[in-house]
Write a protein that binds this ligand. Structure first.
Ligand code: ADP
Ligand code: ADP
Ligand code: MG
Length: 480
């Protein structure tokens, strides 16, 4: 029998994983919840197992997922990103049942999932990082520690959930009064979201660039990096546009950051694919922020510029194989940009457009274009999951060529039914600071004009309106 791997995820990443599994000659087992019945990942898998009615709770149910793996005779599980990917108990449960967890060990996930423990490990290894506190003590003692730290570094100060992730659990504090008020609120929110009420403080780096380094580490002692990504274009600390490599021209600095990332990974005894995140301040000083112990949404841009299939390598590493290439074999070619096309209305505070039917879906294509999606014409977007429909990644030889390709693709991409982020990205692709590669995490705030577009008169709107009309009339436009 062929080796079988269970994919414990949904949406575009489930499809991405299934593709890699099938390309390796293995069989892919999908799992799903009832509200997700229409998802294409179920159709392309070799077998699909209904976990339950969900929503979300079954994708997160460790016992059910493991049971599905055993029943379908899967020998390994790939968790993707989100859901169980960074849950040390899930990795532990796999370790106990001899199912290969495609990722680092449960100990590594537990250590790095706790931002304070991760910082401790990095401090011991001499990795530069943002000044910060230990986990704050409860009650008045904790507040005293916080006010002391703020007194030393001055406001603004970042209050962070120790177990936070996905851009949540981070707040900027401007005064002693706010600190006093916000610590209990942050704790309560962290407890609800991450099942851990611990918080700590970091100095705020003002308008930094977010630069991260992709790492692959095998179980034979080889750790390599696949260069940098810039994910500075964010909203509420969540990434919207990702590029690779970083546009920072100082090659020495970039090499140093990449070497530091490898050192950080080694200090954590890292295994499998991971990402070391850094902030870079306006004086080009860099600071370790965290290590993400999973495949990331934006891994596609790195794959495009290196030609290295990160998911394939994750699977091979998990099965104990050594990396088939060395650091010297990793060559960065050209530039890549990824945009997350979400069913959201950017003008209405990115309100999700769940519940709507995709009445028209006409994707783009051509040279240097990659799509990672899972929806199709007629698909009804469930309200209970995130709103990512498709990731558009373009690759080009020069930056200008890559941006030109992005614009061409956004223009030719027609999605009707839900509002999407396509016209918003079109405005970014036409904006001069984006074109010059000069942006930091304040980009969205400082460029409010990117929210000005008219869906129906933009070129993006014109094409989808044209296709929608034909569709509704059931006519062949070329017959006339
Ligand atoms: P990236 O992979 O680029 O870092 P995000 O930070 O946006 O992307 O996270 C990817 C996905 O994983 C999102 O759907 C996000 O909501 C989810 N996610 C990330 N971290 C956590 C976490 N600690 N708990 C729950 N969901 C998370
Ligand atoms: P998550 O685990 O949610 O991804 P991170 O610690 O990686 O959280 O931070 C996410 C984003 O929040 C960063 O990319 C950055 O924009 C912002 N951020 C986090 N810490 C700081 C800081 N100390 N100073 C300035 N910005 C920060
Ligand atoms: Mg992060």
């Amino acid at each position: 029998m062929k080796k079988r791997i269970l994919v414990a995820n949904r949406g575009e990443i489930a499809i991405r994983l299934i593709r890699a599994i099938q390309e390796l000659g293995y069989e892919a087992i999908a799992v799903y919840e009832t509200p997700d019945e229409m998802s294409r990942h179920i159709r392309i898998a070799d077998e699909a197992v209904l976990l339950g009615d969900g929503p979300r709770c079954d994708y997160l149910n460790i016992e059910k997922v493991i049971r599905a793996a055993k029943r379908s005779e899967a020998c390994a599980i790939h968790p993707g990103y989100g859901f169980l990917a960074e849950n040390p108990y899930f990795a532990k449960a796999c370790e106990k049942t001899d199912i290969v967890f495609i990722g680092p060990t449960s100990d590594i996930i537990a250590n790095l999932g706790n931002k304070v423990v991760a910082r401790q490990i990095m401090a011991e290894a001499g990795i530069p990082m943002v000044p910060g506190t230990q986990t704050l003590k409860q009650g008045r003692e904790g507040l005293a520690e916080a006010l002391d730290f703020a007194g030393h570094y001055g406001y603004p100060i970042m209050l962070k959930a120790t177990s936070g992730g996905g851009g949540r659990g981070i707040r900027r504090i401007e005064s002693d009064a706010e600190m006093k008020e916000q610590i209990p609120i942050a704790r309560a929110e962290a407890l609800a979201a991450f099942n851990d009420d611990s918080v700590y403080l970091e100095k705020v780096i003002v308008n930094p660039k977010h630069v991260e380094v992709q790492i692959l580490a095998d179980s034979h002692g080889h750790t390599v990096h696949l260069g940098t990504r810039d994910c500075s274009i964010q909203r509420r600390n969540q990434k919207l546009v990702e590029i690779a490599p970083s546009m920072i021209k100082d090659k020495k600095l970039i090499d140093e950051i990449c070497e530091t990332a490898v050192r950080a990974a080694k200090a954590a005894r890292y295994l499998n694919a991971g990402t070391v995140e850094f902030l870079i301040d306006q004086d080009m000083k860099y600071y370790f922020m965290e290590i993400n112990t999973r495949v990331q949404v934006e891994h596609t841009v790195t794959e495009m510029i290196t030609g290295i299939d990160i998911v394939r390598n994750q699977i091979n590493i998990a099965f104990g194989k050594p990396l088939s290439f060395t650091q010297d074999d990793v060559q960065i070619r050209g530039h890549a940009i990824e945009v997350r096309i979400n069913a959201e209305d950017p003008k209405n505070d990115f309100m999700p457009e769940g519940g709507k039917k995709v009445s028209v879906y006409r994707s783009t294509g051509g040279f240097g274009v990659r799509l990672d999606g899972f929806v199709y014409q007629g698909y009804i977007i469930p309200e209970v999951y995130d709103s990512l429909l498709v990731k558009l990644t373009v690759h080009g030889f020069t930056w200008d060529e890559t941006v030109g390709r992005l614009k061409r693709c956004l223009q030719n991409f027609a999605i009707r039914g839900p509002k999407t982020t396509i016209p918003f990205y079109m405005n970014i692709a036409n904006e001069k600071d984006f074109l010059s590669g000069d942006f930091d995490t304040s980009y969205i705030e400082t460029h409010p004009h990117i929210f000005y577009y008219d869906e129906d008169s933009s070129e993006v709107g014109k094409l989808s309106r044209f296709i929608a009309e034909i569709q509704y009339r059931g006519e062949n436009p070329f017959a006339k």
